[in-house]
Design a protein around this ligand. Sequence first.
Ligand code: CMC
Length: 438
Amino acid sequence: MSGKSTGTMTVTLDGSNKSAKLPLITGTIGPAVADIRKLYGELGVFTFDPGYGATASCDSKITYIDGDEGILLHRGYPIEQLAEHSTFLEVAHLLLNGELPNEQELRQFQQGVTMHTMLHEQLRSFFNGFRRDAHPMAVLCGVVGALSAFYHDSLDINNPEHRRISAFRLIAKIPTIAAWAYKYSIGQPFMFPRNDLRYAENFLYMMNAVPAEPYHVNPILARAMDRILILHADHEQNASTSTVRLAGSTGANPFACIAAGIASLWGPAHGGANEAVLKMLAEIGHVDHIPDFIEKVKDKNSSIRLMGFGHRVYKNYDPRAKIMQQTCHEVLRELGIKDDPLLDLAVELESIALKDDYFISKKLYPNVDFYSGIILKAMGFPTQMFTVLFAVARTVGWISQWQEMMEDPSQRIGRPRQIYTGAPARDYVPIERRKKHN
Ligand code: CMC
């Protein structure tokens, strides 16, 4: 634990004379946190926080979010500055190692990544095991998990060198696996990575090129892709990152942990939201239908949500959404798309929602996924690949958080407790004496 102890908080059990003094810990920025580890020992009570809305599960130096102000910092650097001036691999170095690299460090880091971009030939046959219409997230999850079976030489999680090589392997191979999942789904040959290209460029190349002809990656689209990767690189203890940490806390190998993270990212409340936004826009179909749709979202009896809106932590505009919106306009301009009905629909939907009392009172603002789907669609990505792309970027955050956890001497297996509301202890009943249950 590297936070500072800045005071105490006393909790008293009403109706008894028992109380516990809990240390208050403060990080570099952000609210104080009550350290409740001794609470059960001293008062015999647990805390209850489903969804962990009020619980810090670890201390971390990687990412800071101020949800009320709409601030996102990686190792102290604002996301806006990183998105404007940095490259994805610089941000990857920052997240993993704590500092932006100098030129020599960046060269070494890039080389470390490019050395590992190819997949073991045996891994090719894994793709053939999937149906052609498999969701690429299923393929990604399966193939990344399978990497555990290929690197027995570097699976000792207590060896820093093994952890370093695994991090490089994951960051380097995930775009290749993602692009091959796509190529497999459309029946085209797998394109080998090109190590002379930058990270985002190489990914676009593997996605779009075919062996029969040369392929030139549009530099503006490569820059946009790089920025999209930066915007998705890390986001502190979100569901998939917490999944990676929880899996890692058991001593599981990093490939298995990242496969668990990919599974957790897949859901529509998390990384699957960008795919869900496009489905929602297609269902709305026309700006004239927006008011009806908004009414359905607001109806307590419907389960329809405005996808790409709302966030557990941000109660303000997600700073990534602003950059994404700007990138969206740049990409459409570059592609010569003057009028995009989906973008028009999204802009109108956003403007109506931001004026509506329901969304204002619940502090629901656009999140990173609201515009990302429109950009990716314009760039030619099929909808099913959107979440895959998120996973490619987030792998850097996952592995950085996993590394940090492995280096933390206070880390223990993650093991939450519960409020048990089932039957009290009772005796076994022989089958002939059991009553009929409804
Ligand atoms: N549309 C309509 N109502 C919403 C929405 C939404 N998108 N999000 C939250 N609400 C309402 C919700 O019905 C609830 O109302 P009430 O208090 O009357 O019951 C209130 O706002 C609080 O919602 P919650 O579900 O308790 O909030 P949460 O923090 O558990 O959920 C969320 C956060 C992101 C899952 C949710 O806002 C959501 O489902 N958004 C749509 C999916 C989405 O865009 N997800 C991407 C998140 S950002 C990228 C990522 O993390 O991967």
